[in-house]
Design a protein around this ligand. Structure first.
Ligand code: G
Ligand code: G
Ligand code: MN
Ligand code: NA
Length: 254
């Protein structure tokens, strides 16, 4: 398939880059975390979304070198931020089902972090519930290993798929990211308000912190803070940006 060929080259030729979106503390409004997002701009195809090429990478096996590139690039960036004194408390990476369930993720992270153990408590991984429940036993084991390394994990896109409260209870994760689909309708849709309130309450009841995704307006921000959502992310606070721009944002709030 064409995309597979282009993707192969993209990794070889370093056509990929990571951008970082700020995540703020709901109470203080300060940038405390960031989510790394993968970008690929091809010469003739133009920008291709990871939503499109990650599944292709998974099918073709290219996900292995790609994951390695993502992990080492993000960790390299974290080392530079750390040296500059602007490292966020947490930097979250998105991990697909295959990346998560392949088995050697923890080992590879352990290797990459062996020279910089101080970064471990600053690293976070986002996995979707669908990925975790594909093999619940392996997921629980892997999440436990990551947690033992000091790496925090979050459930991404919560509420978007076949969310089951029983799975959330079984998965040893620290954060729940509430899907943008719910955030988009608050505070005008009472049903979305109720769902977001319930998700925050449930998460807190299980000892998990919450992150609202896709916050675009002051009204949404106010509502989310009022229901106790811990962390907020979205265009209202900042779009995914270069590592330099994120560093500048963190410097500015000193
Ligand atoms: O950033 P954007 O809206 O284009 O992302 C589209 C989708 O791709 C989202 O679901 C996001 O989680 C996913 N995504 C972005 N970066 C990565 C990455 O580095 N790895 C994986 N597995 N998925 C990513
Ligand atoms: O699936 P995941 O939650 O990882 O996807 C994150 C994607 O959501 C990123 O690609 C990012 O570009 C996008 N995103 C982040 N904030 C906003 C926002 O406020 N509005 C919209 N429409 N998309 C957002
Ligand atoms: Mn995500
Ligand atoms: Na998400």
């Amino acid at each position: 398939m064409m995309l597979t060929m282009h993707l192969n080259h993209a990794i070889e030729r370093n056509e990929m880059h990571l951008v970082y979106q700020p995540i703020v503390d709901g109470k203080t409004g300060r940038v405390v975390s960031a989510e790394a997002l993968l970008r690929w701009t091809h010469d003739t195809l133009g920008p291709v979304s990871p939503a499109e090429f990650i599944p292709v990478a998974e099918e073709s096996g290219l996900i292995v070198p790609l994951t390695d590139w993502i992990l080492s690039t993000a960790i390299g960036q974290m080392m530079r931020w750390n040296a500059e004194g602007v490292l966020p408390d947490r930097v979250f990476l998105n991990i697909s089902g295959q990346q998560f369930l392949r088995g050697n993720l923890t080992a590879r992270l352990g290797e990459l972090l062996s020279g910089c153990p101080e970064l471990r408590p600053h690293l976070g991984l986002e996995i979707t519930e669908q990925a975790a429940v594909r093999d619940l036993k392996v997921a629980i084991k892997t999440l436990g290993e990551l947690s033992a390394l000091g790496i925090q994990t979050a459930i991404d896109d919560f509420g978007s798929g076949y969310s089951s409260l029983s799975y959330v209870q079984q998965l040893p994760v620290a954060k729940l990211k509430i899907d943008r689909a719910f955030v988009i309708d608050v505070p005008t849709n009472p049903k979305s308000n109720a769902l977001v309130r319930a998700a925050v309450g449930m998460a807190h009841g299980l000892g998990l912190a919450t992150v609202a995704e896709g916050v675009e307006t002051e009204e949404q921000r106010k509502f989310l803070v009022s229901v106790g959502c811990d962390l907020l992310q979205g265009y209202f606070f900042g779009r995914p940006m270069t590592p330099e721009a994120l560093a500048e944002m963190i410097r500015q709030q000193r």
